[in-house]
Design a protein around this ligand. Structure first.
Ligand SMILES: Cc1cc2nc3c(=O)[nH]c(=O)nc-3n(C[C@H](O)[C@H](O)[C@H](O)COP(=O)(O)OP(=O)(O)OC[C@H]3O[C@@H](n4cnc5c(N)ncnc54)[C@H](O)[C@@H]3O)c2cc1C
Length: 295
């Protein structure tokens, strides 16, 4: 039946570990890649009519998918959602485009503003949804608007205000809107200087972050007035291990998969970190990563 609404690419019982940077996650009942807006509309309409749960997965770099996997349909945006065009200081890109590629394209056109994003491994859609940020900059600084799909409203344009981008939040998190394209406003700059900045920031990343092991980046949001990594260190949890999941000895804000970690290991470690940090410092850490799937 799904073939009628999404004729191109679908797979049953697909283990999602291979679609996440954590290399963790049970199977999706059905994984569907959509390649056009019409396919997306037909698929989501079908799921809603048939009461089949669905969720959109970007590049899977900010998610922890539970071991039991995801019931219903996991939707991915195919290559047709990766297009990038540049006109003056305006860059438009499909939501599936990797942020690193969007930043690289901006650099090639001598456009500044996305240097901070060149080392963030997610998609543009995930970046806007999470209002991803680093080194004092965030997507909010460059996003001028977006094209968003909602089942009841179809494809509509949202301006910056409509996206209500805040610290790791956007209106998409409440509305269940699917971002299909974003419009970024950048500034003219010098290509060599832009590339030098990207290189320097990515060097800092390699030095400070455990990029050699699977992870989902920073696990916890930054609490007001403190840094999650520092609080975790203060609580003596650097290197703490549950099963095959470990608080990274290199950067305590990351949990890494030592190989064969389960979502259960990571969830138990998250809980232990929350409890211990609260006991030692009074701060309650809240996860930044999205925990998806059932028991
Ligand atoms: C090594 C490493 C370093 C990282 N560094 C940073 C960093 O410096 N700063 C930072 O902010 N993050 C960082 N991250 C986290 C992550 O890369 C970002 O949050 C990224 O923006 C997530 O994009 P994604 O495509 O992987 O989204 P996913 O992880 O696939 O999804 C995250 C959420 O976004 C939703 N989503 C994805 N695409 C769309 C869309 N098109 N429309 C609507 N909803 C969508 C999903 O449903 C899900 O709820 C890092 C992660 C890793 C592994």
């Amino acid at each position: 039946m799904i073939a009628a609404v999404a004729p191109y690419s679908y797979r049953y019982d697909q283990p999602l570990a291979r679609y996440t940077s954590f290399r963790i996650g049970g199977p999706a009942d059905l994984l569907v890649e959509v390649n056009t807006r019409e396919e997306l509309d037909r698929l989501i309409g079908y799921c809603e009519r048939e009461r089949i749960p669905w969720l959109l997965l970007g590049r899977g770099t900010n998610v922890l998918i539970k071991d039991a996997g995801i019931r219903g349909v996991v939707v991915q945006l195919g290559p047709d959602f990766n297009r990038i065009t540049v006109e003056g200081v305006n860059l438009r890109a499909g939501a599936g485009a990797p942020l690193a590629l969007v930043a690289e394209t901006a650099a090639r056109y001598g456009l500044s503003g996305l240097e901070f994003a060149s080392g963030i491994p997610g998609s543009l859609g995930g970046g806007v949804y999470m209002n991803a940020g680093a080194y004092g900059r965030e997507m909010k600084d460059v996003v001028a608007g977006a094209e968003v799909y909602h089942l009841d409203a179809g494809f509509t344009s949202l301006n910056r205000e409509g996206l209500t981008l805040g610290y790791r939040t956007s209106s998409l998190q409440q509305s269940r809107g699917i971002l299909v394209e974003a419009h970024l406003q950048l500034t003219h700059g010098d290509e060599a200087a832009i590339r030098a900045e990207m290189k320097a920031l990515n060097g800092q990343r390699r030095e400070k972050q455990p990029l050699e092991l699977p992870s989902a980046g920073s696990v916890f949001k930054r609490p007001v007035g403190a840094f999650a990594g520092r609080l975790i260190e203060e609580a003596g949890l650097k290197g703490k291990t549950v099963g095959r999941a470990q608080v990274s000895p290199k950067h305590a804000g990351f949990i890494v998969n030592l190989g064969g970690a389960t979502a259960g290991d990571v969830l138990a470690l998250i809980e232990e970190v929350q409890t211990e940090v609260e006991r030692c410092t009074g701060y309650r850490l809240e996860p930044e990563l999205r925990i998806l799937g059932g028991e």
